[in-house]
Design a protein. Sequence first.
Length: 309
Amino acid sequence: MIANGTRISKNEKVRRLSIHENSEEVQSDMRFPYLWSFLSFSSHHSFEHGFRNYKLLRVLNLDGAPFSCFPPELVELIHLRYLSLRWTMIRELPESIRKLKYLEILDLKGSNVSSLPSGITQLTCLCQLRNYGHSFQSSLFFPDTLGMRVPSGIGRLTSLQKLGSVEVNEEYESVRELGKLTQLRRLFILKLREEQGMDLCYTLERLKHLSAMYLVSLNKTDFLKLDSISSPPKYLQRLYLKCSLSALPGWIASLQYISKLVLQYSNLKSDPLKALQKLPSLVVLELRQAYAGEELCCDPGGFSKLKRL
């Protein structure tokens, strides 16, 4: 049921409920003991009575809800498969999040959560763990991507297919641990250091199913050495490299399915178009301060599928 102008009886056996900004007919003291799915798209709805009476919930979407702290009763909703806290003001998750052992999707995009508790490593059913935002603080043209720090043991979440954005910074072991997540399809890693290049190559060679990869160095002047990857994820469709490169990694030219490639701050000395022009599926190529030369050239028959440069 969509609460959008329809009066709801307090005794109604509602299974699925969606609340929108103008939903005045859902009173804060109403109970829905049979509810399976609760979707809130309102920043004004009151949750003063919490969620203790929603024991059967499997889907809970609280996008933009007026929370500054994680509601503690959420960890008692042990049947949850999907939990979205997008665009809330929540800053941290409790260790007790481990109780949500059936959780498959946790969406923290746009929230203020900057690190995850160790309890998250016990949620072995997780398929998607999302948390990222953007800031124009250091550039008016290219936004910085913000992410989260993950605890030691993240490699236990072997069902993960989407993970991002992870800030590794000085946590060298976590870069190699990500290589245990062999089911990953999408991976975003931020704040990589030049010294982590070998560990990064070790990890990427094990992630055979990746279709999207986003790698960002801690500083735009940090070089990421990616040449030692002998067997790159061959199904890559989107690749974003935001770092300095001594040269374009040779394996990029072998990506038969790549449709979008973004090179930022690469500062390449040699023309990359010669190596990229034969990519058969490339539709979008973005070069953002990626080339230090004065001229770019390609053959007349190059970039057969390109639509945006």
